[in-house]
Write a protein that binds this ligand. Structure first.
Ligand code: TEU
Length: 571
């Protein structure tokens, strides 16, 4: 007999349901997806050409990274015009075609909203640095003569968060690259201009936003020095600042609440308690990306060092988020995005068990409670690339930190820091999508803007399509299973083995109209062959999906092969 849970949180009422909870999202980084005109850079037409592929995954929503006009210092996260398309990606007409084609395939399109900062080339900044009274206060300026920094805050990309501007003879704040000045959200005109921009896009018919570093908008008055020992100096004064809730509530009231859309906030250093507040039913955010599970392989707090990771720590983090948002808020589930190295190279085994571990990690992401986000190429089991020299790297974050590492630790050359930089670089996510085994993986006829991963001769869509057992076809099965099983979307999560160091096993349970449905997920995260006893009760167990062909034992005593993943239904 299935475990009859009595907790009220097993049941799902109609008003707890939402289309964006039932959706699976696919993230497209347009610069690296598909190049239609041979200039080596992916583009909107290239994405349109591959929409049938995206639809074939069974996903419901596409999140498109920034395509707005931009000098591309941070690949489009430095926006110079919110209402224009970056020329190399195409035209506004191409974008409109994209939206139409996405909708024609019954998918939705969400756009990236980057409003903590603009590009230095944005008209607002150009006017602001000239001291035009209308825009003077649009950014965070502080007096100075170029010698004394206004405070000790650091840029996430390394170095001080202040840059001296010769023209205005003052410093401006940039929490990211020097080319990305922070907007001053305490200025009502800034807020109004941003809200107008949001409305302009919503009126064009998009289905929502992913909001870049949205918990950084409010900075503490007086901009006091931060704790010099903290992971990101100054962050206690600019993350979740005092006016955050007010700004978001205004955004919601004036614009977002008038549309049936989905919103997901990207929130560095987010805790589950904060997520509950941000994501409460009346707020503007449906869900948020936190970073806790992406830091397991840091060395302590240090991102530019690699440490051993621990499965029980992953369980502890995931459990906290699964349980913490069970009745308030909603999880955004992800392993990869354009900022994260490839997950198989971090938490799987890219050499001996690439296929098995990619499937295992996918099973995990698609059987938790929340909305899953698959990043392009994750469904192929794409891996990190080699990065033999600095010349091959494109990412401002990786390049700055590689330089810092070389200087600070008394190293002499890139070779001395290559291991950590190649492992951590965001460029790993940005190598071109691997369509086939041709010279440039079918991504472009020209010279790709960034190297193609040499393993594209083996790991590519064409090969995966022809192989029933591919990671790609397994992802399709996972998405399909999730779309058919409400319990995988809404069911309550119970960790069966919180202390086990290599096997992760949990149930998902949902009660509806008095019937309880239960699914059991068993995951062996390493290359050992453990046998585990599981505290489950059932009359009948049906294996729904597995990445091995040999799962014949009953789910109360399970012997697992390396990186084996199984999903059972228990009745
Ligand atoms: O990223 C914010 C950010 O700080 C992280 O995503 C960071 O890259 C991550 O913690 C690394 O583990 C967003 C965008 O996603 C990123 O591409 C931009 O560079 C950044 O904002 C600035 O807009």
């Amino acid at each position: 007999m299935a475990i009859q849970r009595t907790q009220p949180d097993d049941t799902v009422s109609d008003d707890e349901r939402a289309w964006w909870k039932e959706a699976v999202v696919y993230q497209v980084y347009p610069r690296s997806f598909n190049d239609s005109d041979g200039d080596g850079v992916g583009d909107l037409q290239g994405l349109v050409d591959r929409l049938d592929y995206v639809a074939s995954l069974g996903v419901d929503v596409i999140w498109l990274n920034p395509v707005y006009d931009s000098p591309q210092e941070d690949n489009g996260y430095d926006i110079s015009d919110y209402q224009a398309i970056y020329e190399e990606f195409g035209t506004m007409e191409d974008w409109e075609t994209l939206l139409e084609e996405v909708h024609d395939r019954d998918m939705k399109l969400i756009m990236d909203l980057v409003v903590n900062h603009t590009s230095r080339d944005h008209e607002w900044f150009v006017e602001s640095r000239q001291g035009n009274p209308e825009y003077e206060e649009y950014y965070i300026w502080r007096e100075g003569d170029g010698d004394d920094l206004p405070n000790n805050w650091e840029s996430f990309f390394g170095g001080s968060a202040w840059e001296y501007d010769e023209e205005r003879e003052a410093y401006y704040l940039h929490l990211y690259d020097t080319s990305q000045p922070d907007l001053d959200w305490s200025n009502e005109d800034v807020r109004q201009d941003v809200f107008d921009t949001i409305e302009w896009w919503l009126e064009k018919g998009i289905d929502g936003f992913r909001m870049d570093v949205i918990n950084l908008l409010s900075k503490v008055d007086g901009l006091p020095d931060g704790d010099p020992d903290s992971e990101w100096v100054g962050s206690e004064h600019f993350i979740d600042g005092p006016e955050m809730t007010e700004y978001l509530a205004a955004m919601d009231e004036q614009v977002l609440s008038n549309y049936d859309i989905m919103t997901v906030g990207e929130m560095p250093q987010l805790t589950v308690e904060e997520a509950r507040e941000y994501a409460d039913a009346d707020g503007p955010l449906d869900m948020a990306f936190h970073f806790q599970h992406t830091k397991l392989d840091y060395d302590g707090d240090e991102r530019w060092a690699v440490g051993e990771w621990d499965l029980t720590e992953l369980k502890e983090i995931i459990g906290r988020w699964q349980n913490g948002l069970q009745d308030e808020g909603w999880n955004a589930l992800y392993w990869e995005n354009h900022d994260q190295p490839r997950v198989v190279s971090r938490y799987g085994d890219p050499v001996n068990y690439r296929r098995e571990s990619a499937k295992l990690l996918g099973t995990f992401m698609l059987t938790l409670c929340g909305t899953p986000y698959i990043y392009q190429g994750q469904e192929l089991g794409m891996t990190n690339a080699p990065w033999e020299s600095m010349d091959e790297m494109r990412d401002v974050d990786a390049i700055n930190h590689a330089r810092e590492l070389i200087e600070s630790a008394g190293h002499e050359s890139y070779e001395d820091v290559q291991d950590v930089v190649a492992y951590r670089s965001r460029d790993n996510a940005r190598t071109p999508m691997q369509w086939d085994d041709a010279e440039n993986a079918g991504f472009t006829d020209g010279d790709p803007w960034i190297q193609v991963n040499p393993n594209h001769d083996e790991v590519n869509v064409e090969a995966a399509e022809a192989d029933d057992d591919s990671v790609l076809n397994y992802y399709r099965d996972l998405v399909d299973l999730r779309e058919r099983k409400d319990v995988l979307v809404y069911g309550a999560y119970d960790d069966l083995l919180p202390d086990h160091e290599s096997v992760y096993a949990y149930t998902r349970t949902m009660t509806e109209n008095g019937d309880t449905e239960q699914v059991l997920v068993v995951l062996n995260f390493f290359d050992e062959r453990p046998t585990v006893e599981l505290p489950v009760e059932y009359d009948e167990a049906t294996l729904l999906l597995s990445n091995y062909d040999r799962a014949d034992d009953a789910p109360d005593t399970v012997s697992l092969a390396p990186y084996e993943a199984r999903i059972y239904r228990l009745d």
